[in-house]
Design a protein around this ligand. Sequence first.
Ligand code: SF4
Ligand code: SF4
Length: 375
Amino acid sequence: MISRADIIAKAEEIGFEDIGFTGIEPFTSQLEFLRNPDARYGWTEKIGLTLEKNTDPLIVLEDGKSLIVLLHSYLQSAIPVSLMGNFGRCYLNDDRVTRDGLALRVKEFRIFLKENGINSKLSPAMPDKLAAARAGVGTFGKNCLLYASRGALKSSFIFPIVIVVDAEFEADTPSVKTDCPHWCRNACIAACPTRALLGNGKIDSQRCISYLTYHGKELTPLELREPMGMYIYGCDRCQNVCPRNTPRLSLHMPDDEKLADMSEKFSPEKLLAMDKAYFETFIWPRMFYMSYKTIWKWKMNAARAMGNSLDRKYIPHLIRAVKEEDDERVRAMAAWSLGKLGGDDACSALREVFTEEKSDMVKEEITGALEKLTV
Ligand code: SF4
Ligand code: SF4
């Protein structure tokens, strides 16, 4: 049978940042954490994520004997400024639908294992960060993210890929600990705009902008709209301010044609105006947490980002939206953003729409916006 050294060499050859090995034991601490009502993770089961079940790797592969954890760095190229302000970096290279990037490399790795007599299985619902720390390839930050122990310049711009295999390998020394420098004054906690980070490695996930952008249920509450800023899908603030990420963020990176194309396709004005065909062709394959049924969230988030941008170039797009969009939550947010941007054109459009508008929700937002504009 192939050795650990052979497997490590193959992972390096394919371009993974790091690789570690750990045992097949269940993640009991994670199970206890998920079951603690204070952790507020009940919502995950409701949306079909079987996190509790997947704390036992033997559920994934009945005759599993070890876990192999590969580290992939998703920050490989320069991200256009327009995308960086609106999207979390990790979503820009997520190929779980397109299967044209990381998926091909994971496939190559698993074929290598198979050719050498090792059966393997993946489960995206396994506690991947904890598995990575148990396999010694990462430590935690107080922002609840995983930081690479060796590769990716020890940054947090990484995905761990956990593979259950039916062969036993010597486990690496675990690194399950928070490893922030003593001199960092909790920059991530101070920078979190929605106060989702609670300190000591805890997060109120339902206050995190990432959650709010794609799992938020209704019109974004007024008190969260400004803190959510220009983020449309995801958020990177707690990573941007972290000194552990400075070496990686200081690195010169090559331009990327795919990201340049996304920058144009994912502009706030295109998202606000998109129809089903546009959404399904250009948006969903890259960012798929929201289906067409909830396209209103995309539009509402784009409208909020326009208002928070303070850029008056968005006024015609918002006026069209407040007049024409079908969903009242999108029209309501467009009204709020027009109130932020202000000016005679915004004011007269809001007054004009108010007389025809049937939705109480939209009328209330228009009233609030006009009050702001006339004080
Ligand atoms: S991703 Fe944004 S909202 Fe979420 S914890 Fe980090 S800074 Fe806070
Ligand atoms: S900002 Fe400071 S406290 Fe937060 S994860 Fe980075 S080093 Fe740790």
